[in-house]
Design a protein around this ligand. Structure first.
Ligand SMILES: Cc1ncc(COP(=O)(O)O)c(C=O)c1O
Length: 383
């Protein structure tokens, strides 16, 4: 339909046929008939506008890097070879991550532009016709979004009412659905709890394909399946630097047997981890004690915030091993809006899943931010 124009010898594109066809349909119709149904029927992941707010909606670390480290990064940025593509294999950064994350010998790392990208790579790799991704519900919203947009059917197995993992129900679903891919967030988002290790072990043993234990919140739980990689050939562990304090860098890590990583690497786009991310992450990891201290501060603030939340009349807070707390409160929609008017942005989960009726999720911030949130919550409850 697009033709080369011989008269001028230039690469002028003549799109007569295309113009005629396109003229006959409206643009929305053209979009609808061109794109896949899975794309058209999916809602984009919603990111709320947060300018000027106390931002407690996205599980970010509230602490900046120390000034001296920021200055070192500034100097590194000034000399960064931005005219060159990054190291496609990020060899030095992978070595630094291997040491910092205490990755056992004999397994490989693959890096993503955030762990979101790694979820997508895994889904693309498994998307045979009819393939299934299995997860629990409620859990991380991106699992079903990525599954559907990559052409997998998503099967969600409900958690129990107390948000614990129903291993028998998951194993029954594994036998019925034969998923190529299973995601278990450990601790789980948005519920904040860490599922029973034994239950996860049983699921890994019963799964017919890959089980990814997504340890995004590891800095706040300090429990890991990394040491079990050698025991289960179908286990992969996923980490991210986002929650540790580097959300802006976008760096996720998938860890597993070389046989998996070598194949999955074929789907990773070349240069997916940019020059600045590689430079900065490698340098910051030399000072990873800073990030670990910040995580420790967040863990102790979490305990205080949980205690204070429990004291708010009408609020039921769920214990958390992550850097956020899920809580239930009557009229959650109105409470969420009142908090927003009071300048505090948290996450509204009510409406996203039946098990999350009247649920809100607050990220653990600095002590001042947590106090601002609690004051705004008290004011919202009183109004
Ligand atoms: C369980 C879980 N996994 C993965 C991610 C994605 O993290 P990243 O910033 O590395 O894409 C999140 C983000 O909230 C998450 O909650």
């Amino acid at each position: 339909m697009v033709r080369y124009s011989p008269e001028t010898g230039s690469r002028r594109m003549v799109s007569l046929a295309l113009k005629c066809e396109v003229a006959a349909v409206s643009l929305p119709d053209l979009v609808r008939r061109t794109l896949r149904d899975e794309v058209l029927s999916t809602s984009a992941y919603h990111v709320a506008e947060a300018a000027g707010m106390v931002k407690l909606d996205a599980m970010e670390n509230p602490y900046p890097l120390p000034a001296a480290l920021q200055e070192e990064l500034g100097r590194l940025a000034a000399r960064a070879p931005l005219n060159r593509y990054p190291d496609a294999d990020a060899t030095r950064l992978r070595a630094a991550l291997k040491a910092s994350l205490d990755v056992p010998d004999g397994v490989q790392l693959m890096l993503g532009n955030g762990s979101d990208e790694l979820i997508q790579v895994l889904a693309l790799a498994c998307a045979r016709p009819g393939a299934v991704m299995l997860g629990v519900e409620p859990s991380f919203a991106m699992y079903p979004i990525v599954a559907r947009t990559c052409g997998l059917r998503f099967v969600g197995v409900p958690l129990r009412a107390d948000f614990s993992l129903d291993a028998d129900a998951v194993i029954a679903a594994l036998r019925r659905e034969r998923p190529a891919l299973v995601f278990i967030a450990y601790p789980n988002n948005p519920t904040g709890n860490r599922f029973d290790e034994r239950a996860i072990e049983r699921i890994i043993a019963a799964a017919p394909g890959i089980v990814v234990v997504d340890e995004a919140y590891h800095p706040f739980a300090q429990a890991t399946f990394l040491a079990r990689l050698g025991e289960h050939p179908n286990l992969l562990v996923m980490r991210t630097l986002s929650k540790l304090g580097l959300a802006g860098l976008r760096l996720g890590v998938l860890i597993g047997a070389a046989d998996w990583i070598a194949e999955l690497n074929k789907l990773r786009l070349p240069y997916n981890v940019n020059v600045l991310t590689q430079l900065f992450a490698e340098h910051i990891l030399k000072h990873d004690d800073v990030l670990r201290e910040q995580a420790a501060a967040i863990r102790s603030s979490r305990a205080q915030l949980f205690e204070r939340l429990q004291q708010v009349p009408g609020v039921h807070a769920y214990p958390s091993d992550a850097n956020f707390i899920l809580f239930r409160v009557a009229g959650a929609d109105a409470v969420f809006e009142a908090l927003k008017r009071g300048g505090v942005l948290i996450k509204k989960l009510a409406g996203s899943h039946p098990a999350l009726t009247d649920c809100l999720r607050v990220t653990v911030g600095t002590p001042d931010e947590n106090a601002a949130f609690l004051d705004a919550l008290a004011a919202a409850r009183a109004s």
